[in-house]
Design a protein around this ligand. Structure first.
Ligand code: HEC
Length: 203
């Protein structure tokens, strides 16, 4: 009988202590058994500081500070724009064999799946329903300023995603250069081949 009473009392106390105070509010800090780095010598955002003369923990941005990523002063290089804010024609760097090789390499990784190896728009994704991928020989793309193509790669266009966060500025320009190679490869004529080399083509 004694055990029954004791067990009953224990259950009552346990139930009340576990459930009884749920929902009741307290302004006191919680009991901390392990304080898990809750208290650190640090400033909270918009907090006060006795150290700085203006009393603020937040420091104002120093003069001439440049936001990360906006260090490129050349708008042509950074955004494909000219000084009037229009899409620029041409490249902001020398188009070298090395740049083209780099462009080919990146193109194979980032663009081939949709645009296809020759740039005809028939990459593997067409089979899976990505029907709107254009060929680079679409008339308007032939005359489009290089800066606008650069912008498409950077920010994407309609159903095409953006690659600005996946490819460096230089790599994006390298791809634009390679894209021009693909266009030329499709539309080249015998006139593009130096006269003394034409016989080598066996034409
Ligand atoms: C996931 C598929 C996919 C990938 C990957 C992709 N594209 Fe596209 N791209 C598209 C589609 C779809 C369109 C058509 C967008 C539209 O509806 O205007 C397009 C359009 C374009 C256009 C034409 C934009 C215009 O002005 O009409 C260019 C240029 C282009 N892509 C270049 C690239 C380059 C360079 C890469 C690699 C960095 C790339 N794309 C990667 C699907 C893709």
């Amino acid at each position: 009988m004694r055990y029954v009473v004791l067990t009953f009392a224990f259950v009552v106390v346990a139930t009340i202590s576990i459930l009884g105070f749920r929902g009741s509010k307290s302004t006191k800090p919680p009991i901390e058994i392990f304080n898990d780095m809750d208290h650190q010598p640090k400033y909270m955002p918009q907090g006060k500081s006795a150290f700085f003369a203006d009393g603020r923990a937040d420091r104002p941005v120093p003069a001439h500070a440049v936001a990360r990523g906006s260090f490129l002063e050349d708008d042509h290089l950074a955004f494909g724009k000219d000084s009037k804010g229009e899409f620029a024609r041409g490249f902001p760097m020398d188009v070298t064999q090395e740049l083209l090789e780099r462009g080919k390499d990146r193109y194979a990784i980032f663009c081939v799946v949709c645009h296809g190896e020759s740039g005809d728009g028939n990459g593997i994704t067409k089979k899976y329903g990505m029907l709107s991928t254009p060929s680079y020989t679409r008339a308007d793309l032939l005359t489009m300023p290089e800066g606008e193509i650069f912008n498409t790669i950077t920010n994407g266009k309609n159903t095409m995603g953006r690659y600005g966060d996946k490819l460096t500025v230089e790599d994006r320009w390298a791809i634009v250069a390679y894209l021009k190679v693909l266009q030329r490869a499709q539309l080249g004529t015998i006139e593009d081949v130096p006269a003394d080399k034409r016989s080598e083509l066996g034409l």
